[in-house]
Design a protein around this ligand. Structure first.
Ligand code: NAD
Length: 485
């Protein structure tokens, strides 16, 4: 296991901003879990503390005028390297929010057994208010700042997309890094979430939403949990409301619908759409692409005050937009029995107490939206191995399966149909392997958290069980590093 190297980095500014409440919530969650654990106070404090924060300011010409852009990169934990976490493009970003998000990444990686420390970055801009050329210049300049401070690279810190950023920005980052480090054979592993043509992995774009689906599916098929919540088994009769129709929200809605659930509401920043009989997710996406908004979709009612739909009747709520959306102001009005946190930190700590008292269960962000980092891990592995998953064995597997089918047909005297042959005979390609690895991780981690919950009788919620699971793994890692006895 790699140890953290000393790096020349600027100190964090400690000003409190809008993210302060979010950071406080994460710390409250951590402390609540720590109360159930017997690790030394010092090691718990080391796990909780953010190891490094880089804050940079640089000039950018926007609309012909020079503006000073603020940006951050937080490396919350170096217990495993590289650090991993997305870059948020948002006018509301601040250092506290970046630290909170970086710390969640540490716990998230631990919960889903991804061998990384947590990191997060942010650039304080609204990407919709600048031109593509300006956005590219700002992204490349931010990357250069990270290179100069040794805050990016396949072995030190590997960013990914987050709110407001996507494949395009990741390609710019990879290209900038490669041009500064042409002698780094693993340069493409400096960032994940890249387009497939630039070293990305198939399945990454939809991974977080797909992971939300796998996690929710596991929960609704958990007999003990469904009994506890007074819910029926399976997805078939579940009505779901999703907040945020971006990467996570759109894909979560799509896969949940394909899995048999009914999506009754979708909320965006400019309004919501609601139909108790269900909304066709693909048709709504086409409408949004054509008109620029989900509102005024003919097959559903438009609700101007979008966030009021969080309080509409449904079985499962998937907040997949921003943090602190379920707070003391609306927690007592939520009708869902299960909340799957597609976004990071959508429920405040104070709201969670209200929800627990009301018997509503939150499937915590650190687990349910971990699909992105799981598949980012696969992308990083692909970049380090310099070969596409399945390239070496797909054809071999197919030839073996074909021989097996021929033997079975010969022995039984029964010929398979062409579709059976196709299904059994084909070898796994990259997307199959990525999706299968993601499914296995989401199932395995669900049961690890639930096992922790079962063995801690005084724990009343899944988030605390998730934190205990994560903290235990990180403490074990520090222990085996020899940092404490
Ligand atoms: P995105 O930018 O693709 O989508 C966010 C969507 O939310 C946009 O459509 C935006 O218009 C909408 N939105 C903004 N304000 C809103 C409001 N007030 N009400 C309703 N909708 C609003 O971002 P994303 O990648 O989908 O990320 C969403 C959340 O999921 C963030 O909290 C992010 O940290 C988290 N997350 C993302 C990933 C990933 O792989 N992209 C992984 C884990 C967690």
């Amino acid at each position: 296991m790699a140890k953290a190297k000393a790096k020349p980095k600027a100190a964090s500014s400690s000003h409190a901003g809008m993210g302060a409440g979010f950071n406080e919530s994460v710390n409250r969650y951590f402390n609540k879990a720590a109360n159930h654990m017997s690790h030394p106070a010092g090691i718990l404090e080391q796990i909780r503390a953010c190891n490094t924060v880089l804050e940079v300011k640089f000039p950018a010409r926007i609309n012909g005028e020079i503006q000073v852009i603020s940006a951050w990169r937080a490396e919350h934990s170096h217990h495993k390297l590289p650090c991993k976490g997305g870059i948020r493009y948002s006018e509301d970003a601040d250092v506290e929010e970046v630290i909170a998000l970086a710390s969640l990444m540490t716990y998230k990686c631990a919960v889903v057994n991804v061998p990384f420390g947590g990191g997060k970055g942010a650039i304080k801009i609204n990407p919709k208010k600048v031109s593509v050329e300006e956005l590219e210049r700002i992204t490349r300049r931010y990357t250069v700042e990270l290179i100069h401070k040794n805050c990016i690279g396949a072995s030190v810190d590997v960013p990914a997309p987050d709110y407001g950023s996507g494949q395009r920005e990741m390609a710019w980052i990879a290209d900038t890094y490669q041009s500064y480090r042409p002698d780094d054979i693993n340069a493409l592993g400096c960032v994940t979430g890249k387009p497939v043509s630039q070293g990305g992995v198939r399945g990454r774009t939809e991974a977080t939403g797909r992971g939300v689906y796998f996690g929710v599916r596991e929960a609704v098929n958990d007999t003990a949990l469904m009994k506890k919540l007074g819910m029926t088994m399976g997805l078939g009769d579940k009505r779901i409301i999703v907040q945020g129709f971006g990467n996570v929200g759109y894909h979560a809605a799509k896969f949940l619908q394909e899995g048999g659930a009914t999506i009754v509401g979708i909320i965006e920043w400019d309004g919501a759409v609601y139909n108790k009989d269900g909304i066709d997710v693909a048709a709504l996406d086409a409408h949004r692409k054509a008109t620029g908004s989900i509102t005024n979709f003919a097959a559903a009612k438009t609700v101007k005050n979008g966030n009021s739909v969080l309080e509409y009747p449904c079985d499962i709520l998937v907040p997949a937009a921003l943090e602190s959306q379920i707070n003391e102001g609306n927690a007592d009005k939520i009708k869902a029995k299960l909340i799957a946190e597609g976004a990071n930190g959508p429920i405040t700590a104070a709201a969670e107490e209200i929800l627990i008292k009301r018997g509503i269960l939150a499937i915590p962000d650190m687990y349910i939206n971990a699909g992105g980092v799981v598949v980012s891990y696969f992308e990083w592995l692909k970049n380090l191995s310099h070969v596409r998953f399945g390239r070496m064995d797909k054809r071999f597997e197919e030839n073996t399966n074909t021989s097996l089918i021929a033997a079975v047909e010969r022995i039984t005297g029964h010929a398979l149909t062409p579709s059976e042959r196709e299904l059994i005979g084909r070898g796994a390609d990259e997307e199959d392997l990525v999706n299968s690895g993601l499914e296995d991780t989401m199932i395995g981690s669900y049961h690890e958290i639930m096992e922790t919950w079962r063995t801690h009788k005084k724990v009343h919620d899944m988030r605390t069980a998730g934190f205990i699971t994560a903290i235990d793994k990180i403490a074990t890692s520090y222990s085996s590093l020899g940092i404490f006895p």
